[in-house]
Design a protein around this ligand. Sequence first.
Ligand code: C2E
Ligand code: CA
Ligand code: CA
Length: 786
Amino acid sequence: MQALLTCVTQRHDQQLLLAAALVCAVGVYASSAIASHAARSEGIARRQWGLASIIASGCTAWATHMIALLAFQPGMASGFEPILTAISLLLVIASIGVGVGLSLGRRGRLRRFAAGVIIGAGIAALHYVGQASYRVTGHVSWDMSLVTTSVLISLPMSGLALVLSGERNRALRRAAVPLLLGSIVILHLAGMTAVRLVYDPLVPLPASVIAPASIAPIIAAVSLGLLLLAFIGLRMTLNARAQLRRDQGRLRELASLALEGLAVCDGDVINTANRSLEQLAGMTQAELIGASLIRLLPGLVLADLPEQEERDAELIDARGQGVPVRVLRKAITLGHKHQTVIAFRDQRERLRSEARLRKLAFTDGITGLPNRARFGDLLAHHAAALREQANGFAVLMLDLDRFKFVNDTLGHGMGDELLRKVAARLSSVVAQEDVVARLGGDEFAILLLDAGGEARARDVAARIVEAIDRAFLLDGQLVHVGVSVGVAVAFQDGRRPDELLRNADLALYKAKAEGKATFRMFEPALAERMRARSQLEADMRRALDAGEFEVHYQPLVESQTGAVTAAEALVRWRHPEQGLIAPADFIPLAEETGLIMPLGAWVLRTACRHATAWSSTIKVAVNLSPVQFRDDRLPDMVASILEATGLAPDRLELEITEGVMLDDEARTLAMLTRLKDVGVGLAMDDFGTGYSSLSYLRRFPFSKIKIDRSFIRLLPEDPESAAIVRAIITMGACLGMTTTVEGVETAEQYAFVAAEHCGQVQGYHVSRPLPYADFVDFLTDTKLAA
Ligand code: C2E
Ligand code: CA
Ligand code: CA
């Protein structure tokens, strides 16, 4: 150590040492600036500038070394052996070239270490080969242990320096250059200390050596060259910086226009952020710049994010709140620098509208209740969880009884309002966790979730019927609707959703059939009856094709003369196994299934055809179902049948029950008028049974009233029935209508109504309904009798 110090302070020219340090610094700057430029360039330029940088760094090491050697004052004549001097320069350039080539673009630490060792070896060679070229007047000997030690220390140092140069951490990278320089200084000083010069005038300087005075200009020229290169490097660095600033400025301008949040990052440090990102993160520009991207997107590993591929992520804003975003990464080059742009797209609005849509898809727009789809999901969910009776649930199917009437008479707005009120009442009857849904139209469904079993289902159903039975106040008007409810209890009445729904539906059907405004529990017999019904329906379709239906005729006679004036057509089904079936057993089902349309048309056609064979003084009466009456094409159908059969329109009488008049008065009047215009007679059937109203009779163009047979049954004894029949006959006469009394079974009844001057009599007393052939015989017989 002492020897080392003495060597530096006493045996060296201090000014030249300073010059060596200066040339070294300038050379290191020049080579690194040019190397950076090479890194920013592409193609041939990149290779050329890379080569220049390698040569410059070799020259730096060489020139520094040579100046330091010049600074050495051996105290005797000295000189440089030219070939070895040139070799030392070539060796260092070559080793640096190989070392750089080895470490370029590769992140492997071992590889970089090897490159560093090669460069170190080149520098060591520079020193010792260079020093070997140093000749004096006398003997040169070496302290080999010092030489070996210096090489052993410096090689790992330069290896480590290159490892550090490739590290991500900036502080580590910074440590690379001093470490490399340190290794060089050690080599140089150790080399100078290890050499021992012994003056011997007998050993003259070889003639070929170059005197220090002659080599100095060469070294100076090389140093000047390095200085020039340093200037060029400086210019290029400044240019690159200016370019970077310009690019960044332009990018910032663009980014400020973007609606999406944008951040430009160097590694994972944000160096530019736009307004949208400030708003998104709730942070200021100052807070964002310099922040780590991990701070904003803790859940995202940038390296895992493929370029140009959007990813869902959560941005943590200034208040620590998560904001759903989609992020997109793109690598860009800014002023030759590789940077990353991260785009943030705010997903809150999209997620909100998606949630809104989802809600819309699962709720009923009018009542806000869950809709059919949602109800199905919930039912499926609970059915899947159903294990035992204890956690059972019940399904209630509801159907409003007179909703259509309200909708038609008060308008759709009021209809909607009514649905909302119904929904509110239903919700108030059930518990919070139960589900009330609107399936569509006037159909509702309820899922009773608590395990009260059948008892609770019964109780709730009863309370629902009661709640909906109370009048609703709509636009200042009291409206009565009523609801029918069918109940199926999970486990006992089925376990699968479809089974439960079907069974609740069957119970509902029964509730409706048995008087409405009531509820029915499902029972297995219902399913059996249902099966029988669908059997009947299939049977009926077949029967229609097979011609199993026939029309019977019941005569209507003039009460005073007993002459047959008309016949009522009554349909029968001659079933191959069950014999003759009465209309009461199949008409309701035909009406429900729509089969009444072809059946009714067939009856009408048959009756008209038969009637053409009778005396033209005898009319034919045909019953119309409300279902037929609702069809707008009815008058045209009647007209075309009349035309096809050739029956005079005034010989046909259509019987309509009061029921059809309830739905929609305006439509009823229009339909009746159109029928009347066809030229047929219209009879009001079963008068007195329904909501008979005098006003109907006055307003509608009926030509006949048929008094229902329930008023005749107790005649002539019952005074009340007698009074009613008398009143209706009088009223009919006043309105200019014929009155027919139905169901006259006895001679006394006949005598009574004849005495009251009713127009016509119909009943078993005159004749039962007869098959066509028998009726024709009946006509002949009465004629003969007359
Ligand atoms: P409705 O229109 O009131 O027909 C009269 C019913 O009273 C007939 O029953 C008839 O047999 C019965 N009847 C007649 N005289 C007496 C009597 O003295 N005593 C008693 N107890 N009953 C008597 P039917 O033929 O069983 O028809 C029942 C109902 O079926 C009819 O009642 C009518 O509403 C309907 N209907 C019959 N044929 C047709 C049809 O072709 N189309 C439509 N839509 N309905 C029909
Ligand atoms: Ca009738
Ligand atoms: Ca009748």
